[in-house]
Design a protein around this ligand. Structure first.
Ligand code: NOJ
Length: 568
């Protein structure tokens, strides 16, 4: 249990590693654990406190490891348990903690639990998953005979028929990711025992995949039909379902209570509301330490990520501000623009051309100086950009490929479908750009997904050698969180809330107030509406991303960020 007073992770910064794309040590084209060990110096130079490691468990890799076939072993693709022990030891030697990715809403269909469940309907493990007969009055396999109308997150129905038993099993994600039935105490006990095993092995906590989906309304009701189609949105039955708080509290007591040192638990929670987030992260309730919520990354598309629209900065500020206020007294939030499921932020909300460095550093500045725990996703600290794929063959992600296939099946125009796929997840999954050599120093073999052509200029070697790079700006932001209590605990107040292009807020603690300014546009912006502009004009400069530093009286240059400090 995290202490009630100033838990360590409030002043920490988390770095997410997507192992498949980080560094390949053995030339098979896929990143691995030894590749991470070889690059720990990068994390140390950046100054991060925690690594969140995306899944390295045994897995058929249908969803790049988020489909786990053995929770207590490392996939040979990534190395061995001994490599993982070594990674933990090396990280700990540098004072860096390691979070495992806990994926227990579902397993792989190749996990022995599911194999037993499917192969023998009388096995005790049958009910470890959600098996249901066809809809009353319909035969197995009939169109629409699925037990509910739910659509899977990866397109098509959320149910797959098992011909042998004539029953369907639920899979909210791919058909190779059957959902575990958390109503079964034996499922919960098996998961907690596996988590204790990892804690005993020396990991420092867990990032918990779609953890607010664990509890489902066992009546499994149909959901409202989506976009005039055949499938429905079942989320009311599985997002923050009836027993979710009970399960997370139980998990806390079974795994973390009484342990020393303190573990960190991060709940990935799509669709979570602020009120629910407060409940999940209220330390007295002993559920999880912080949520990872999605409201802000859902603002630049209509309903589905495949219908993108431009970001309205006013909406972003309103959303971020609501979360800052909602969790100000109780609870804690994660701060992120990027992860392995999101497009690269410099391409998404910045300018990945002429103003790449300035817009990436501006976006980093406004994010990191909110209240919460910031997350850096590998390559974000280099200002890595989205990729421009010209054909579906270049995609690797099951989500994108399935979406494309179903859209084509519905008769949509292939070019239009592809053109709308700007928010795809492979943007984040191109290999880490270490240097300007053939495969960016990622591998000596053939990379599993194309390396971004801009690695000749955007790469870690170049960035670390340049004091004005995106890398060094992130390093300074991380240092500010470590050294400035106002960044960790200061009150947050949004200012210029109605300004359509400037993101501005203050943080205040004791006698100290900081003003954070970001121009989220490629045009100069004045700061005429800013209270006490002349005072701020004379204030100390904490951080700037422009030559010569800020000049508040004159306004902000394109994509400029400025952090100012005053006493009183
Ligand atoms: C959320 C993960 O971040 C994503 O990558 C994965 O596909 C789904 N959960 C299913 O595990």
């Amino acid at each position: 249990m995290a202490s009630m007073h100033a838990p360590w992770w409030r002043a920490a910064v988390v770095y997410q590693i997507y192992p498949r794309s980080f560094a390949d040590s053995d030339g098979d084209g896929v990143g691995d654990l030894r590749g991470i060990i070889e690059h720990v110096d990068h994390l140390v130079a950046l100054g991060v406190d925690v690594v969140w490691l995306s899944p390295i468990y045994r897995s058929p890799q249908d969803d790049n490891g988020y489909d786990i076939a053995d929770y207590q072993d490392v996939d040979p693709l990534f190395g061995t348990l001994a490599d993982l022990d070594e990674l933990i030891a090396v990280l700990h030697g540098h004072g860096i903690k390691l979070l495992m990715d806990l994926v227990v809403n579902h397993t792989s269909d190749e996990h022995p639990w599911f194999v037993a469940s499917r192969d023998d309907p009388r096995s005790p493990q049958r009910d470890w998953y959600w098996w249901r007969p066809p809809r009353p009055g319909m035969a197995a396999g009939d169109p629409g005979a699925e037990p509910t109308n739910w659509r899977s997150f990866f397109s098509g129905p959320a149910w797959e028929l098992d011909e042998a038993s004539g029953e369907y099993y639920l899979h909210l994600f791919s058909r190779k990711q059957p959902d575990l039935n958390w109503e079964q105490p034996a499922v919960r006990e098996a998961v907690y025992s596996m988590m204790r095993w990892w804690m005993d092995r020396g990991v420092d906590g867990f990032r918990m995949d779609v953890v607010n989906m664990l509890s489902k309304d066992p009546t499994l009701p149909d959901g409202p039909v989506l976009d005039g189609g055949v499938y429905g949105d079942g989320s009311a039955a599985y997002l923050c379902g009836p027993r979710i708080h009970e399960f997370l509290h139980e998990m806390h007591e079974a795994v973390f209570a009484g342990r020393d040192p303190v573990a960190l638990t991060v709940g990935e929670m799509p669709g979570v509301t602020i009120d629910e987030a407060v409940r999940f992260t209220d330390p007295h309730r002993r559920e999880v330490d912080m949520v990872f919520q999605f409201e802000h990354v859902g603002l630049d598309h209509d309903g589905s990520k495949w219908s993108p629209r431009p970001l309205d900065l006013l909406e972003l500020k309103a959303s971020m501000g609501r979360w800052q206020h909602g969790l100000a007294a109780t609870g804690w939030n994660s701060l992120y623009w990027c992860n392995h499921d999101q497009p690269r932020v410099v391409s998404r909300w910045g300018d990945d051309g002429q103003h790449r460095v300035r817009s990436a550093t501006m976006l980093a500045t406004i994010l990191h100086l909110h209240r919460g725990t910031p997350y850096v996703y590998q390559g974000e600290e280099l200002g890595m950009t989205n990729v421009a794929f010209s054909s579906i063959e270049e995609f690797r992600d099951i989500e994108a490929r399935n979406h494309y296939a179903s859209a084509i099946e519905r008769g949509e125009d292939p070019e239009a479908v592809l053109a709308a796929m700007t928010h795809h997840r492979d943007n984040a999954r191109t290999p880490m750009q270490w240097d300007d050599s053939a495969h960016a120093g990622f591998t000596t073999g053939t990379p599993w997904i194309a390396v971004h052509p801009n690695h000749t200029t955007v790469n870690a070697r170049a960035a670390r050698a340049d004091e004005r790079s995106v890398f060094h700006h992130y390093r300074r932001l991380i240092e500010l969180r470590h050294t400035s209590p106002v960044v960790v605990d200061g009150d947050f107040t949004m200012v210029l809330a109605d300004h359509p292009h400037v993101y501005a807020f203050t943080r205040a603690l004791g006698a100290e107030t900081w003003l954070v300014l970001g121009n989220v546009s490629g045009a100069p912006q004045d700061l005429d509406g800013l209270d006490e502009r002349d005072v701020w004009d004379r204030a100390d400069v904490v951080l700037s991303n422009v030559e010569g530093g800020p000049q508040v009286r004159r306004g902000l240059r394109p994509w400029e960020a400025a952090v100012l400090r005053r006493l009183g």
